[in-house]
Design a protein around this ligand. Sequence first.
Ligand SMILES: C[S@@+](CC[C@H](N)C(=O)[O-])C[C@H]1O[C@@H](n2cnc3c(N)ncnc32)[C@H](O)[C@@H]1O
Length: 688
Amino acid sequence: MGVGRRMKKQGPPTPLDESLVTRKRKQVDIPPTANGVGKKRRTAEGPPLMSGAILREQKATVNGKASKDKPLKAAKPNNINPKKAPSPPPVEEEISEEDENTDRIDDLDLIEDGLEGVGVSGLDALETDDEDIEDDEFDIADSDVVDSDIEQRTRMWSEDEDDSDAEEELNAANIEGLSRKLDMEQAIAETEAQAELEEAGMQTNISGDKPKVLVDDEDEDVAGGTSTLAPDLQLLRTRITDAIRVLGDFSNLAEEDRSRAEYTAQLLKDICAYYGYSPFLAEKLFNLFPPGEAFAFFEANETPRPMVIRTNTLKSHRRELAQALINRGVTLEPIGKWSKVGLQIFESPVPIGATPEYLAGHYILQAASSFLPVMALAPQEHERILDMAAAPGGKTTYIAALMKNTGCIFANDANKARAKGLIGNIHRLGVKNTIVCNYDALEFPHVIRGFDRVLLDAPCSGTGVIAKDASVKTNKTEKDFMRLPHLQKRLLLAAIDSVDHASKTGGYIVYSTCSVTVEENEQVVQYALNKRPNVKLVSTGLTFGREGYTSYMGKTFHPSLKETRRYYPHTYNVDGFFVSKFKKTGPTPANAVLAVNGKNSKQETTAVEEFVDKTPILTEEEEEAKADDFGGWDEEEDREYMERAKKAALRKKGRDPKADKAKAKSSDGTSNTEDGQAKKFKKTKKAC
Ligand SMILES: C[S@@+](CC[C@H](N)C(=O)[O-])C[C@H]1O[C@@H](n2cnc3c(N)ncnc32)[C@H](O)[C@@H]1O
């Protein structure tokens, strides 16, 4: 590859080619909605990525509306063949118990092949003062880069070098011109979009005021297909957009004597046929948004999110890494002001999961939204952290990097095979402060507790990462949305009970999922608030993301749920995610049962022997005096807790603990106080 070509790749990606029908079609397809979703997507089009970003930043400054939770480029459509038809409904596969328990992996670390089309990010305009995260002082001008690109690249890095760059460009002399230019661009985009909408209307027989959406006779549903005919995707799509238009302006556009429910039912049916969702999941996801936005969400699930890598600051610096990859012909740029370690990869002639830098552990492939729970956790150096469901380790290794390999992390995963993958990543990235364990995390407060911070990145349905795993569209059933929240609730209580409320530096719990359903998020958080009055929700510290629901479909949640954050593919071009942060304010009250390793939830509420977090609140001197090599815990006390837990569990099963003890002694010659769990615990502690 010649220098010229390489240099060409270094700059921001070129704007989408006007001649491609795909762009137009994408615009046409966004129905104008009351909430402006369609409009947002249209107006985000136009200038090249970075210059667009800079201009938009300037405009935002001009208007004084640089909204922190409204990324200026968030709604930019992906450039991955927007014409692509949605994936057909996947063939239903039988899911093994293990797969079910594993649930979603929100990291791409196992991807080892090269890049093909990579979407344009909406991330780079997100703002934050991520002061906690260090960046480096790599001088880009010293590189072997040909001058012609330096200008572009300086812009590309301006956010690191000088946050005020964009504002400096905006001065009294050019403010008016820039503003006018932006207005013009916006006007052009809107006119284009309008024309295309009209054109779309004319292409069908529904041109006119009242689109024909409702199908009277199912047998004659040409668009939706019959038992013998494949669905007509183009017609289906048009009907979907028309239904959304009607629902957005019902009094004017609906046919006479037709109800909203009829239109909604038809729309849902068409969504299922077009995108391949089960009716159950389509409805669940549809209900999260106004119709127009739901459409944007379903659309976003058809294109992959941008590929992102996280610099491993234990081994490299972002600029140094970027330079090394640029030299290999990789086109990349920082993901945005909100992260100083993320790089978005646009194009690469080499497999990004097999470069020498990758193998040397200078970076990890990690979805952008997967940074967020760790940023919310905000681990401090020398702390003791528990990552309850850690494999394959994207978040664990980020925590280790933020802690600069100090303190101690317990990285746990119930799945042994996945825990091995976690070990691999830990080694590759040079993490030295982490102990990998393989417990059911429900056991945790009885294995070790007293952590400064706990991350529970819970197993979930993966409705936020459908673009990565389309099987979610059909393989999640009603049962999953009962089973998973049930597990998540118990895991969250275990997370809370594992934290030291008296931690001098922490006392925080972060609960996150890569799912967007309310059952797995707000409802789980609300359950924890109900069961543990010794925690409260606090700000995640994340500067963007939508507030969590405080009410949803007749359910009302605590007002503090607005401290939680939701992320969607169609708003920030990131995987769907949910992040919440709790502060533990006191010991678990006596009437609450410390989360136990019960096989059923009843144990939590009906245990005869209650386990109470008796951790006293100590003064600083007492804490210091108490602290042993690992922040202070009492082995005798833990053994006692474990024994009592075990006895309670046996009694509940109707067995006599004494008889079992005798049996255990006779079979392996050891006392049941030295059971597998205690041994594991001892080993773990020794290793630490
Ligand atoms: C969303 S993934 C975690 C991703 C991980 N935090 C990361 O950033 O790489 C959920 C994990 O939970 C694990 N898991 C499921 N049930 C568990 C349980 N009861 N205890 C501990 N881990 C569990 C799964 O094996 C899976 O690795």
